[in-house]
Design a protein around this ligand. Structure first.
Ligand code: ASP
Ligand code: MG
Length: 465
């Protein structure tokens, strides 16, 4: 079971998380993965930036907030006779963070591996707190630092697990606890390299930690507790009649996550596929609701299942100035540059390989993208073989996702018609031949209306249920 930031966000929430864990633990062995309390990771990262800038006063203010949040939680969570020891524990962990922050301040630099070590303190604090609470309730539990269990490569800030070594570590660290009926509480988000240097798995990576451990322990199920009822047909803030999906496939869930649905960290499903471990996405604020089950395959998939959207993106177009250059080579060079920049391409399309091709990236990565592109195509630009890269920030991406779209004739036509009925111009379209996702780029102003129109046209709303 994995509890996210809001599910660990206060003493009250931690009690609920503990009870949900214990309820299942009474039936079968459970391992728990926790996120930092909501907003804590942001606060820690911000503190390190302040430290790097030499901003002592702001750093102190942040540390004070951090202390206050966890001290208050301790007070509400634990009986009087456990307070002192628990406060000392919290203090020690925050002390570890402050020491790294001080080092950063002295260096005037934030080395990636120090960031990874420091930022995991958020998860270590929440794991510590829920462990204290469980113990106070007479439930044997043990807080485990994820760096002891999850083995990763050395890509600090965005590490990838080494599954075989993680299996060995999990067998050594977690199995004996499970066998003894002790509830292990593992910190999400972090791991370590084979030689023990601390790493993290990327923002929102606790989901990924949970799926890595589920795979490493051959779990029969993974439950991911969040603050929404499950995976929905659309963003309920945009589409009021959006409903929770009972079941989606791994591929659908991954597509939705990569295309902006916030329910799951995009890399979560990969470790589970080989062992076909089913996942439940559930709401810790309404645990009686069934949630969404994520499964390897759905037999009776029909039509699209969900629509997501993303703003904060930019569409880049590259266009040869004449036909001297091979379009294929230009594409290869451009994609090579993106790969070196370690940028995620959200969609890519071209109507003719000799002409314009365009691709979509996150605005946050735009600067890196243009820098790398300019570098690797500098000669072509200088000699005028390529027109200057066109960057359009006023766009949004819509993804319509569903296994059942394969072989549903007329669907794309209906979707495009629904969009144009709203007088929204379609800027680019991409559909892989797997037909799992249709990606549509429209002007930002029309994004929400287009999402609504598609949701309705595809009958995804509550009425269809
Ligand atoms: N606490 C980390 C973050 O905010 C990991 C997570 O919540 O999954 O990114
Ligand atoms: Mg999270």
């Amino acid at each position: 079971m994995k509890f996210g930031g809001t599910s660990m966000g206060s003493a009250e929430r931690i009690k609920i998380a503990a009870h949900l864990s214990v309820e299942q633990h009474a039936r079968r062995p459970v391992a728990v993965v926790v996120s930092a309390m909501s907003k804590v990771t942001d606060l820690l990262l911000d503190s390190l930036r302040k430290a790097e800038a030499g901003d002592q006063a702001d750093l102190d203010a942040n540390l004070k907030l951090l202390n206050a949040r966890h001290f208050e939680c301790c007070r509400e969570l634990l009986p009087a006779n456990r307070q002192e020891a628990a406060l000392a524990g919290v203090h020690a962990l925050i002390g570890e963070f402050s020491r790294i922050a001080k080092g950063v301040m002295m260096l005037g630099e934030r080395p990636p591996r120090s960031i990874d070590e420091a930022v995991a303190v958020g998860e270590r604090l929440s794991a510590f707190l829920i462990r204290e609470y469980l113990e106070s309730q007479g439930v044997p539990a043990c807080a485990i630092n994820g760096s002891e269990v999850i083995a990763t490569d050395a890509v600090f800030g965005n590490a990838t697990p080494l599954m075989e070594q993680t299996r060995e570590r999990a067998a050594r660290v977690l199995r004996p606890l499970l066998a003894d009926g002790v509830l292990p509480i593992v910190t999400g988000f972090n791991g370590s390299t084979l030689d023990g240097r601390p790493t993290t798995l990327g923002r929102g990576g606790s989901d990924f930690s949970a799926s890595i451990l589920a795979a490493a322990l051959d779990a029969s199920e993974l439950w991911i507790w969040t603050d929404v009822d499950g995976i929905m047909t659309g963003d309920p803030r945009l589409v009021p009649d959006a409903r929770v999906l009972e079941e989606v496939t791994y591929s659908e869930a991954a597509e939705l996550a990569y295309n902006g649905a916030k329910v799951l960290h995009p890399r979560t499903l990969a470790p589970l596929i080989e062992r076909q471990i089913p996942v439940w996405s559930k709401n810790s604020f309404a645990p009686e609701k069934p949630g969404t089950r994520i499964v390897p395959k759905i037999e009776s998939a029909r039509g699209p299942h969900a629509v997501t959207s993303m703003s904060d993106v930019a569409l880049l177009s590259i266009e040869p100035a004449n036909s001297i250059l091979s379009g294929t080579k230009v594409m290869a060079r451009a994609l090579g540059a993106l790969a070196r920049a370690n940028v995620e391409v959200l969609a890519i399309t071209s109507s003719s390989y000799r002409q314009n091709f365009c691709f979509l990236v996150r605005q946050s990565e735009l600067e890196r993208v243009t820098e790398y592109l300019e570098e690797s195509l500098s000669l072509e630009f200088a000699h005028g073989y390529l027109k200057p890269v066109e960057v359009n920030r006023s766009v949004g991406l819509i993804a319509v996702v569903g296994e059942g779209m394969r072989g549903t004739p007329g669907l794309a036509g209906r979707i495009f018609t629904a969009i144009s009925r709203q007088n929204i111009n379609i800027i680019a379209i991409a559909q892989g031949s797997s037909e799992l996702t249709i990606a549509i780029v429209v002007h930002k102003d029309g994004l929400n209306a287009a999402v609504k129109a598609i949701h309705q046209e595809c009958g995804l709303g509550g009425a269809a249920h």
